[in-house]
Design a protein around this ligand. Structure first.
Ligand SMILES: [Zn+2]
Length: 191
């Protein structure tokens, strides 16, 4: 039997808890016309997902984030089966959440030849509760993780859903442009 070697590249992203988001910080945000992306992408501008969290609230959060990205037209998330979907959308258990520290969201991926094979995006409910994340804040975190799922990196600008401490921003034009460019650029090349 031939052994298949899969490259395991875990931990794409860690979204740091945005507790300072409401404070005005000047002069730190660089202007970026497009949210940057790394070498990995899905083979096509679409992927299947399954929402595996048992929480009704967070199921709705993931659904809202999926709808928001699908509405942009640059990538299509299609509902798949829990056993075979490419992207698993979950929430952390209290035990997992404790190990996440200050991270309200996280995306792990497995890729081969710079093409995503499987991904797990998770949200951290206990931290979001602790810091009073609204439904819309939580949706922005979910949109951020889906951005990583498609291959986006962090944007140094605060006016991007991919800002590393993002809490208040939804999907921006720079983010849509990043995904569009990601899927017209071959796997292995970066922005
Ligand atoms: Zn991130």
């Amino acid at each position: 039997m031939r052994r298949r070697v899969w490259v395991h590249q875990a931990l794409v992203c860690v979204l740091t808890l945005g507790i300072f988001c409401s404070q005005a910080v000047t002069g730190t945000a660089a202007a970026a016309s497009m949210t940057p992306f790394g070498p990995q992408r899905f083979a096509h501008a679409h992927a299947t997902y399954a929402i595996t969290t048992k929480s009704t609230y967070y199921r709705q959060i993931w659904q809202k984030a999926i709808r928001a990205w699908n509405a942009t037209g640059v990538f299509k998330f299609k509902l798949g089966h829990a056993q075979s979907a490419q992207i698993d959308l979950s929430t952390d258990t209290a035990k997992q959440a404790a190990a996440m520290g200050d991270d309200v969201g996280m995306t792990n991926y497995w890729a081969r030849h710079n093409e995503f094979i499987a991904e797990v995006c998770s949200l951290n409910p206990s931290l979001m509760k602790e810091y009073d994340y609204s439904r819309s804040d939580a949706t922005h975190v979910a949109e951020h993780e889906l951005g990583h799922a498609m291959g986006l990196n962090h944007n140094p600008s605060k006016h991007s859903v991919m800002y590393y401490r993002n809490r208040s921003e939804g999907i921006q034009k720079v983010d849509i442009a990043g995904v569009k460019q990601r899927y017209t650029t071959p796997a292995g090349e970066t922005s």
